[in-house]
Design a protein around this ligand. Structure first.
Ligand code: F3S
Ligand code: F3S
Length: 115
């Protein structure tokens, strides 16, 4: 089960998690970061370093944050705004660089799903 980043990351984007990931699978949108479920090796190194506790294993995400757990996969599986193809599994966030756009859920987020 991969790790996921939930809504607490939105507009915070501390980015300490990126330094901890051994497979470089944490990608930067515009307001939030996303973990690629096809590339995450479930090591858990990113979870304790996030200052706002935005990261957890997907099966441990509380019910009210489940939409954001699923949204990590959507970032890679559905074409993002302004793009024709989904990102898929680029094989490294550092090489890809900042993506700069978000899923619709995150782009339109105003705090209503947060606890
Ligand atoms: Fe976001 Fe926390 Fe990483 S705020 S960028 S998930 S360290
Ligand atoms: Fe996945 Fe986090 Fe490790 S994104 S590979 S659990 S550092």
């Amino acid at each position: 089960m991969p790790y996921v980043i939930t809504d607490a990351c939105i507009d915070v984007m501390d980015r300490t998690c990126i330094d901890e990931c051994p497979v470089d699978c944490i990608y930067q949108g515009d307001r939030k970061l996303y973990i690629n479920p096809a590339e995450c090796i479930d090591c858990g190194a990113c979870e304790p370093v996030c200052p706002v506790s935005a990261i957890s294993q997907d099966r441990k995400v509380p019910e009210e944050k489940k939409p954001f757990a699923a949204d990590n996969a959507r970032f890679f599986e559905v074409p993002l705004p302004g793009r024709d193809e989904p990102l898929g599994a680029p094989g490294g966030a550092g090489d890809l660089g900042r993506v700069g756009v978000d899923t619709e859920l995150v782009a339109t987020y105003e705090g209503s799903v947060s606890t």
